[in-house]
Design a protein around this ligand. Structure first.
Ligand SMILES: [Zn+2]
Ligand SMILES: [Zn+2]
Length: 353
C-alpha cells in the first residue's frame, strides 16, 4: 500500500483558529500501527475543546475513529495492512490503584497515552492518518470491524462505550423508569441502551423535532423540557417517580427537574460536562431524607468495551439512525457550527477525511 509523505488534518491553533493544513504522515516505532481514518464522529467533548481555551495548541482532536490499517511496525504481530478497525484513543495501565478499583478513566496512563496525528497527542482522528501507540495496540485498543458493519457504524463504538458505562454505573434494571434529559445523540443513545436492557424511558428536550425522533427510536415517552407541569406528568406516568435520571445536557434546570422527578432512593447521574465554574445550589436534606444518590460518569471504560462493540457490531442498537450529517474534514468548522446551532434534523455529525 502506497502511503504518501504528507497528509491533511484539522489543526487546533486556539479558540476560533482551526486550520486545515498539510503535515507529515506520522512515522512508526516498532510496536506502533498507522491507520487511515475513514470516519471520525464529532463528539461534544471535541466541540468543547475547540470552543474554550482548555488545552494548549497546537492539537489534532477527534477520538471516535474507524479506519483501515495501512502500516504496522516490525514488532506488531496480530495486525496487518488492510484490516478494518475501530481505534480506541485511550487504554488504561491495568495495574495502578485506580485501575485495580476499575476507575480506568482516572488512570494516568489512560489520560496521557493517546492516539495521535502529530503535534501534542490528542486523539488525532480529525486527520487522514492516525498513529496508534504500542500500549494501545498491545492492550486491546484496536477492534476488528466485521464485514457487514460500515466504518460509519463502527465509529459509534467509543460513544456507545461511554453511554454504556453510565448505564451500568447507574445500575439500571429491567422494568425501571429512566428519565433522560436531552434528546441529542447522547440522550438518544441512552434511550436505545435503556430499552435494550429492558428499562422504560422518558426523554425530555426543548425541540419538538427531537422529541419526535426520541419516540421513533424507542423512547416510551418524550416530553417538552419546558412544560410547567413536567414533574406532575412524570409522576402520573411512573407512580413513584423515575428510578434513575441520566443528565445528558449540562443544564442546572435539568438537574432541578431531575431532583423533582426522581423517586425516593433513586439515582441521578451527571453525564454531560457543565461549563466551568457553574455552581448548583442544593439542599443536602433532599439527598438525605429522600436517599437520592448523585453519580458522575466520565469517558469510557475498558470493562464494557467488548459489550459496546458487540452492541454496535451486532446492530442491537441502531446507531445508523442517529447519523444526520457528513462533513469533509476540510469543513470541520462548519460541522462544529452546525452542532452548536442544530437545525430540527441535526443529530450525530460524522467527519469524513
Ligand atoms: Zn466521544
Ligand atoms: Zn491505571
Amino acid at each position: 500500500m502506497e502511503i504518501p509523505k504528507t497528509m491533511y488534518a484539522a489543526v487546533f491553533y486556539g479558540v476560533g483558529d482551526l486550520r486545515y493544513e498539510a503535515l507529515p504522515v506520522p512515522t512508526l516505532e516498532a510496536d506502533e500501527v498507522l491507520v487511515q481514518v475513514q470516519t471520525c464522529g464529532l463528539c461534544q467533548s471535541d466541540i468543547k475543546k475547540l470552543r474554550y481555551p482548555l488545552l494548549d495548541p497546537p492539537r489534532i482532536f477527534g477520538h471516535e475513529t474507524s479506519g483501515t490499517i495501512v502500516k504496522v511496525g516490525e514488532a506488531v504481530e496480530n495486525w496487518q495492512p488492510g484490516n478494518r478497525v475501530v481505534v480506541m484513543h485511550h487504554i488504561p495501565c491495568f495495574h495502578c490503584a485506580y485501575c485495580l478499583n476499575e476507575n480506568y478513566s482516572m488512570c494516568k496512563v489512560y489520560k496521557e497515552v493517546t492516539t495521535t496525528a502529530g503535534h501534542i497527542p490528542s486523539g488525532g482522528g480529525f486527520s487522514q492518518y492516525v498513529k496508534v501507540p504500542g500500549h494501545i495496540v498491545r492492550c486491546g485498543g484496536l477492534l476488528s470491524i466485521p464485514d457487514l458493519v460500515s466504518f460509519e457504524e463502527a465509529s459509534f463504538v467509543e460513544p456507545t462505550n461511554c453511554c454504556l458505562k453510565a448505564v451500568k454505573k447507574a445500575q439500571i434494571q429491567p422494568g425501571q423508569w429512566v428519565l433522560i434529559t436531552g434528546a441529542g445523540p447522547i440522550g438518544l443513545m441512552f434511550a436505545m441502551l435503556c430499552r435494550h436492557f429492558g428499562a422504560r424511558t422518558i426523554v425530555t428536550d426543548l425541540l419538538p423535532s427531537r422529541q419526535e425522533r426520541a419516540r421513533q427510536l424507542g423512547a416510551d415517552v418524550a416530553l417538552d423540557a419546558r412544560a410547567v407541569n413536567l414533574t406532575e406528568q412524570i409522576q402520573e406516568i411512573t407512580g413513584l417517580g423515575v428510578d434513575v435520571t441520566l443528565l445528558a445536557v449540562p443544564s442546572t434546570q435539568a438537574f432541578t427537574q431531575a431532583l423533582d422527578a426522581t423517586r425516593k432512593g433513586g439515582k441521578i447521574l451527571f453525564f454531560a460536562e457543565f461549563p466551568e465554574a457553574v455552581e448548583i445550589p442544593l439542599d443536602p436534606n433532599i439527598l438525605y431524607r429522600r436517599e437520592i444518590d448523585l453519580l458522575g460518569s466520565y469517558s469510557s471504560s475498558y470493562k464494557v468495551q467488548a459489550l459496546s462493540a458487540q452492541l454496535v457490531f451486532e446492530k442491537r442498537i441502531d446507531v445508523a439512525a442517529l447519523i444526520s450529517d457528513f462533513y469533509p474534514l476540510s469543513d470541520l468548522s462548519a460541522a462544529v457550527e452546525q452542532a452548536i446551532h442544530p437545525s430540527e434534523r441535526t443529530c450525530k455529525i460524522l467527519i469524513k477525511p
